[in-house]
Design a protein around this ligand. Structure first.
Ligand code: ZN
Length: 338
C-alpha cells in the first residue's frame, strides 16, 4: 500500500468517516475472517500471509469491534435466518479458518477478555495431526533451500536473488498450485522438498494445529465450530462426489467430537472460482444452513437472507493497521469489491 493511501485511510479513520458510514447501514452483517493470530517473528519459515494479526493487533481490533459493533454468534445468525429472530444493528461475526493451534493459545484469551463468541472452521483431517498444509510445507522448503529457482507447472522457472523476491515467487507458486486439479497439486507439493533439496525435520509441524481437547474446551466456553472440509481441496477442482465427501466428512467428524449438529461451512480459499452453484447445492443438501466465502466486504442482511450460501467476509492480514482495518469494515469496502 502506498504512503498516500495510508495517509488517506488514517485521515478517514481519525475523522470518524468510516464509523459514520457504518452507522448509515445498520442492517448489515460484518464478518471478520482470521486465520492465524501469532507473531511474525515466531513464524519466519511458515506461510506468512496466513498470519492475520499479532496478538497485540488482534486485541486492538477487538477493542475497536467492541466499541462500534455488536458481536453475534453463529447461532444468532442461524436463528435470524431460519426463525426470523431479530439481530442487533451493526451485527458482526468473528470467524477463523483452518484450525491452527494459535487460535487457542493466542486468540481465545483475547476473545474471553472481550466476552466475544467466534466461529472456528476446522479442516478436520488436519486437526490433532502433524500434517502440514501445503502452503506451510512450501514456505519451509523455500526458506531453507540453497537453490535460487523453482519450476512452475506451466514449465517456466522463476528465480530470486533477494528474500523479498523469494517471498513473491513463493506466493506465485502457491497461487499456481490452486489452479491445478487436486491430484496434480499433491504431486507438485510432494515433489517440492526434493526439487529444492530440502529435508524437513520430523517434528517441524508438531503442535501447529488444534487438538480435540482444546476444541472441546473452547466449545464449552462458547466458541462455535464449523466445517472447512477434511483435506482443504478447492471444491471446484474435484468431482462433485468428492466435494460431497469433503463437506460431509468434515461435518460428521466435528459432530462426533462435539456431540452437536454443525450448521455452517467455509469454502476453502473462498474466492469466486472456488465455489459455484453445484457446491452451494451440496452444502445445502448436507444439512448446513450457511456457507461463507472470501468475497470481500460487509454485506446487507437482505443479501444474506437471499444467498445464505455465499456470505461475504473480510479477509484480514497482519499488514493491516487499525485505520486500514476500520476501512475494510466500512461500506466503502463493499462498494469497492462489487
Ligand atoms: Zn482455509
Amino acid at each position: 500500500m502506498s504512503s498516500l493511501s495510508k495517509t488517506i485511510l488514517s485521515l478517514f479513520h481519525k475523522s470518524g468517516m468510516t464509523r459514520f458510514t457504518q452507522k448509515l447501514f445498520p442492517n448489515s452483517l460484518t464478518v471478520l475472517n482470521y486465520h492465524r493470530i501469532d507473531w511474525l517473528e515466531n513464524n519466519q519459515d511458515m506461510f506468512q500471509p496466513n498470519i492475520s494479526a499479532s496478538p497485540q493487533a488482534f486485541d486492538e481490533q477487538m477493542a475497536f469491534v467492541k466499541k462500534w459493533y455488536r458481536v453475534i454468534s453463529l447461532q444468532e445468525l442461524t436463528d435470524w435466518l431460519l426463525l426470523n429472530k431479530p439481530l442487533p444493528p451493526l451485527a458482526a461475526l468473528i470467524t477463523f479458518d483452518d484450525g491452527y493451534l494459535d487460535n487457542y493459545t493466542n486468540a481465545f484469551p483475547i476473545l474471553k477478555k472481550y466476552d466475544f463468541s467466534a466461529v472456528i472452521y476446522l479442516t478436520s483431517g488436519y486437526i490433532a495431526s502433524n500434517r502440514p498444509f501445503y502452503w506451510d510445507l512450501a514456505s519451509y522448503c523455500f526458506f531453507h533451500t540453497q537453490t535460487d529457482c523453482v519450476q512452475f507447472p506451466d514449465s517456466t522457472q522463476r528465480r530470486w536473488s533477494t528474500n523479498d523476491e523469494k517471498k513473491e515467487v513463493l506466493k506465485a507458486w502457491i497461487e499456481a498450485m490452486k489452479l491445478l486439479k487436486e491430484g496434480e497439486k499433491q504431486k507438485w507439493v510432494s515433489n517440492l522438498p526434493e526439487a529444492l533439496s530440502v529435508s524437513i525435520p520430523h517434528e517441524k509441524f508438531n503442535n501447529v494445529m488444534l487438538n480435540w481437547n482444546q476444541i472441546r474446551e473452547m466449545h464449552s466456553a462458547g466458541i462455535e465450530f464449523g466445517a472447512h472440509t477434511v483435506n482443504h481441496p478447492i471444491l471446484t477442482r474435484i468431482s462433485l462426489l468428492e466435494a460431497n465427501q469433503e463437506i460431509m466428512g468434515s461435518k460428521k467428524k466435528i459432530e462426533e467430537e462435539l456431540g452437536e449438529p454443525i450448521t455452517s461451512l467455509a469454502y476453502p480459499n473462498g474466492m469466486k472460482a472456488d465455489f459455484n452453484n453445484d457446491v452451494a447445492y451440496l452444502t445445502k443438501e448436507a444439512g448446513l444452513s450457511t456457507a461463507f466465502t472470501l468475497l470481500s466486504g460487509p454485506t446487507s442482511l437482505s443479501s444474506v437472507k437471499q444467498s445464505p450460501y455465499t456470505i461475504r467476509r473480510i479477509f484480514l492480514s497482519h499488514r493491516h493497521s487499525v485505520a486500514h482495518f476500520s476501512f475494510l469494515l466500512s461500506p466503502f469496502n463493499r462498494i469497492r469489491s462489487i
